[in-house]
Design a protein around this ligand. Structure first.
Ligand SMILES: [Zn+2]
Ligand SMILES: [Zn+2]
Length: 418
């Protein structure tokens, strides 16, 4: 399957002229054998460097693209941060014309950050269907301990070799499934914000992201280790389509809402919460999706919200300091222009029926649990090694992680406790 991503670019009914940087996405068994042909057709030439970690370098079935330089990072404690980026930049030959990321999300985030810093293009070669960020324009980094989106560049070309991807550990594919199921929430949050504040919304991007969910929902029952290549083709298609939708939007709005904020809160492990971030990105997002669905459906059961709405009040710096400790300054800076300020009590009351309707499009926690059980995906906080007792804190403080309007953030203006 070849995704001709340029077909999605251009003027749209939302009023925007959508730009897509990625020229082509090839999802095929053995496509890495033809790396040179695809690279040439995409206008890439000159000295190139491939970035791996030791695990992906030795990935089963991997045909390594011929490169002038291979940079192989140590996978122990490898994170998308200043250390990993530094290791790539210090080794990289100064005449490198383009980079090749061969690996998972972390390798991609580090490579795209370096490509952007050097002003050179990069090619994405995912070795597992683990996240939807392969063709993202920004790097999801933990910079000096704080989770942040940093400047990056989208790949000009994606070569997803399903022969390699299907042999990756099954937990990685299930993480990809969780990342896509998170879109049930992120799309709802985006629409709710549009209703409450008139935030920009594009129905075409929504439709693409929904298509990604459907593709993954339909194939996830067949996702097994060394399983049917066709199922993996659909999974990676869903992940790449969601990534393209983000490129069209210019940010991660369609693909990241309250469920991702829960994952990010676990990532930064605030000392006061005694959290342990050992799970994969999509596992945390997947569990976050069930938790958020549960809260949103309980809220939507309230037919008359008027008695429970109170005026916006800013975050309490003392409370943020107590919870976030050494990253509290970053959290306060992130929330300096709190997006919740734009939400009025009357807007919440006026839009409530519409919000309830949007929430009804999210599968119930019960439906999600059944879905996850069927594919043996992680579904509880316990499954991702997070103490169940932290649930109220996770719900309360995850919304501060990113200054993006979600129904979870709107809870600060509601006196109903869910
Ligand atoms: Zn549009
Ligand atoms: Zn994600």
């Amino acid at each position: 399957m070849i995704l001709e991503s340029q077909l999605y670019a251009g003027p749209c009914s939302c009023g925007k002229d959508h730009e897509i940087f990625t020229k082509k996405e090839v999802i095929e068994s053995g496509c890495l054998k033809h790396f040179d042909d695809y690279a040439e057709a995409s206008g890439l030439s000159g000295r190139r460097a491939a970035v791996y970690d030791c695990n992906t370098y030795h990935a089963k079935g991997l045909v390594r693209p011929d490169a002038d330089q291979e940079i192989i990072l140590n996978p122990v404690n490898l994170h998308a941060n200043e250390t990993a980026v530094g290791k790539i930049l210090e080794q990289l030959h100064p005449d490198t014309r383009y980079l090749i990321a061969v690996g998972s999300g972390t390798i991609h985030d580090c490579t795209r950050y370096c490509a952007n810093k050097l002003g050179i293009p990069f090619v994405s070669c995912p070795t597992a269907a683990s996240v939807d960020g392969f063709c993202s324009t920004v790097s999801a980094m933990t910079w000096k301990g704080y989770k942040n989106t940093m400047p990056g560049v989208a790949p000009v070309l994606v070569l997803a070799d399903t022969e390699v991807i299907r042999q990756a550990p099954i937990a990685l594919a299930l993480s990809g499934v969780g990342d896509v199921f998170g879109k049930f929430i992120s799309l709802a949050d985006w629409k709710i914000s549009h209703v409450l504040t008139g935030e920009y919304f594009c129905p075409v991007i929504e439709e693409m992201t929904r298509k990604a969910i459907v593709a993954v929902k339909d194939c996830c029952g067949q996702i097994k280790e060394n399983g049917d290549p066709e199922a993996f083709e659909h999974l990676i298609y869903g992940l790449l389509l969601s990534g393209l939708a983000m490129q069209m939007c210019g940010n991660s709005r369609p693909a990241s809402g309250a469920e991702h904020h829960i994952s990010h809160l676990i990532d930064v492990e605030p000392a006061s919460l005694n959290l342990h971030n050992r799970a994969l990105h999509g596992e945390k997002v997947g569990v976050g999706t069930i938790l958020v669905s549960s809260v949103y459906h309980k809220l939507a059961a309230v037919s008359d919200i008027a008695p429970y709405v109170k005026e916006f009040s800013p975050l309490d710096p003392g409370e943020i300091k107590r919870i976030f400790g050494n990253i509290s300054d970053s959290i306060m800076t992130e929330n300096q222009k709190d997006c919740l300020k734009d939400v009025t009590c009357s807007a919440v009351i006026r839009s409530w029926d519409k919000i309830r309707e949007i929430v009804r499009e999210i599968p119930s926690p019960h439906e999600l649990i059944n879905l996850y059980t069927g594919i043996k995906a992680k579904k509880t906080l316990q499954d991702i090694e997070v103490d169940e007792k932290l649930l109220p804190d996770l719900l309360r403080y995850s919304a501060c992680i990113r200054n993006r309007l979600t129904l979870m953030r709107v809870r600060r203006m509601l006196t109903v406790e869910y």
